[in-house]
Design a protein around this ligand. Structure first.
Ligand SMILES: *Cc1c(COP(=O)(O)O)cnc(C)c1O
Length: 371
């Protein structure tokens, strides 16, 4: 089945009890037990499993072409479940421009527990040189945040496989509409559901999807259940609802991103535009080969430094100055300010999450702000 059909039907089942076409929200934290101790429908307690979470996990697994998914209360909780599932003392390799929230999580919460290196994983020699006997995991984030670097997933996996190293891909920017890392050989895919999956900037969530149900996956399930960083039945319901329109939303977002980045590239006071869909992007060909679309996240650098960039921000009317991404409304931010004093992000860089407003209005707003 095509992704549009999967998105609508995968998590949906007419309710047996009421014949409701849309699955009801089950708020109950606990489920009735038989006298013999058994549970008729398999549900015991909502931290372990809940019908709405079950439905959400089914859709997520199918969308990513995986065998099973685990839903979490945030993207960071999903990432944390991966790191908590690893044996103390093991070594992980992460990209040097990894999402700063997860980079800080590893550096601060896993210091002394895991060992890690943040490197340019796009550089084959650097990647190979950083593999140690105790390396168990390579973390990939593509396209990356906020520089929109694209990593050749297959190439990283080929190197990892030679050393029995697992590969996790944070595919938040791409979504399964535009990228299917499991089909390229990744072991796990990670998402911040807060972004395009939710799509309306009104809920937090995270997800892991696995290619195989092995011992490692069982451990991750254990972290999910015992750690308890699970999404509420309401949030699961909203996510299932939002995912139904994901393919069409992504198409609209991408359409706008193509036209807006093409416009920006022509502007005299724009220094550079970072978007995998542009032929000027250094990894445009890799993106073209491994992705089904280029997404709708991009960054651009304004000529004249941080002050010039902030002046553009102050003049924009339709783009809200806010962090996060993937909502129907366009957002923009001065990324270096968000990432703090030790950031390597250029001071004149603005990161844009292109929304679903009409492209003419978005271009007109950008045009007046850049004047
Ligand atoms: C937002 C984000 C995360 C973290 O997700 P939260 O839902 O904010 O915890 C991880 N990776 C990427 C690429 C993100 O954009």
């Amino acid at each position: 089945m095509k992704i549009e059909t999967i998105a609508i039907h995968a998590g949906n089942k007419t309710d047996d009890a009421t014949k409701a076409v849309i699955q009801p929200i089950v708020m109950s934290t606990t489920f009735e037990r038989e006298v013999d101790g058994s549970y008729v429908n398999g549900y015991i307690y909502s931290r372990a499993a809940n019908p709405n979470r079950h439905q959400l996990e089914k859709v997520l697994a199918k969308l990513e072409r995986g065998v099973e998914a685990a839903a979490f209360s945030s993207g960071n909780a999903a990432g944390m479940a991966v790191f908590q599932s690893l044996a103390p003392g093991t070594h992980i390799i992460c990209p040097d421009d990894m999402y700063h929230g997860l980079r800080n999580q590893i550096k601060i919460l896993f210091a002394g527990i895991l060992t890690f290196d943040f490197i340019d994983i796009n550089n084959e020699a650097t990647l190979k040189a950083n593999i140690r006997p105790e390396t168990v995991l390579i973390w990939v984030e593509t396209p990356s945040n906020p520089l929109l670097k694209v990593t050749d997933i297959k190439k990283v996996i080929a190197i990892a496989k030679q050393h029995q190293i697992k590969v996790v891909v944070d595919s938040t920017f791409a979504t399964p509409v535009f990228q299917r890392p499991l089909e390229l050989g990744a072991d796990l895919v990670m998402h911040s559901s807060t972004k395009y999956f939710g799509g309306h900037s009104d809920l937090m969530g995270g997800a892991l999807i696995t290619a195989v149900k092995d011992e490692w996956w069982a451990k991750i399930r254990q972290v999910q259940e015992m750690g308890g960083a699970i999404p509420s039945p309401m949030d699961c319901y909203y996510l299932v609802r939002s995912l139904k329109t994901l393919p069409y939303r992504m198409r609209g977002h991408e359409h706008n991103a193509h036209l807006l980045t093409a416009f920006l590239e022509q502007q005299p006071n724009v220094e550079s535009v970072m978007y995998p869909g542009l032929t000027s992007h250094p990894q445009h060909q890799i993106a073209k080969d491994q992705m089904l679309g280029f997404g709708a996240m991009f960054s651009f650098c304004v000529k004249g430094g941080a002050d010039a960039a902030k002046q553009v921000l102050s003049k924009l009317k339709l783009f809200t100055i806010a962090t996060s991404l993937g909502g129907v409304e366009s957002l923009i931010e001065h990324r270096a300010s968000v990432e703090g004093p030790d950031t390597k992000t250029p001071q004149n860089l603005l990161r844009v999450s292109v929304g679903l407003e009409h492209i003419d209005d978005l271009i007109a707003d950008m045009e007046q702000a850049l004047e």
